[in-house]
Design a protein around this ligand. Sequence first.
Ligand SMILES: NC(=O)c1ccc[n+]([C@@H]2O[C@H](COP(=O)([O-])OP(=O)(O)OC[C@H]3O[C@@H](n4cnc5c(N)ncnc54)[C@H](O)[C@@H]3O)[C@@H](O)[C@H]2O)c1
Length: 248
Amino acid sequence: MTELKGKTALITGASRGIGAALAEGMAAHGADIILCDLAREEAGLAKTKAAVEAQGRRCQVLPLDVTNKAAIEAVVAQAGQIDILVNNAGILKPSRLQDLSEADWDAHFDVNAKGVLLMTNAVLPQMRARKAGRIINIASIAGRQGVPTQGHYAATKATAITLTRVYAQEVGMDGITVNAICPGIILTEMGRNNLGSDAAVQHWTEVAALKRLGDPKDIVGPAVFFASDLSNFVTGQALNVCGGIYFH
Ligand SMILES: NC(=O)c1ccc[n+]([C@@H]2O[C@H](COP(=O)([O-])OP(=O)(O)OC[C@H]3O[C@@H](n4cnc5c(N)ncnc54)[C@H](O)[C@@H]3O)[C@@H](O)[C@H]2O)c1
């Protein structure tokens, strides 16, 4: 599979879950990979790096916190050419809005919304100079629907979708596309914590049109589509990848 041959993808939040699956999957489609995550996620990053290299692709690990503008700028300067940026890092700590602390509101917006802004702004100049680039934001169906105990998270993901649409219009003339993927329930650490119980897993499995919940690998195909020439005329879009639990 060679859709991404000769391209380099930088993926945030790549130590586990969807980010790790995207790293391995995009490598399987021919991309070299730059893995970014918090420095404390060293073990997961090493595991993802091994999985990328097992696909025969090159892999750099550059730890960063997506809320830290100076760290991001240093990493992007060190990274070399970035053809594809995947803004995947995210956090979810469920709480009803009326019980939510101000610190948790800020933390979610810092990572899930400001992180997208800071990463994108740091990578755009080199993409603009080459008149080419692909940006993929991992949002959520929660950002479209709004979900009880995830109001703050949903608001950050709605912001990520809005940033996707606005960036697409601001950078399209430079040959850069910007699209979002809105996963449904994907069985990662975040997905499992969020569901909480076997009963919830069973309920949502029955609700899903495809009668199963998501595997991180389910996000790879849509990401390769948005990252490759297969989607040359697609920008500013948000695609639900949810097995049929949400339809708008
Ligand atoms: N799992 C789901 O059901 C689901 C559904 C919809 C959307 N998503 C989104 O997909 C993305 C990946 O989620 P996941 O399920 O793999 O979650 P996860 O918790 O397994 O992984 C998230 C990754 O982001 C990293 N991260 C957190 N804060 C960071 C920061 N400040 N800087 C850099 N990295 C940071 C974590 O260390 C971790 O590696 C997130 O944006 C999440 O909101 C997940």
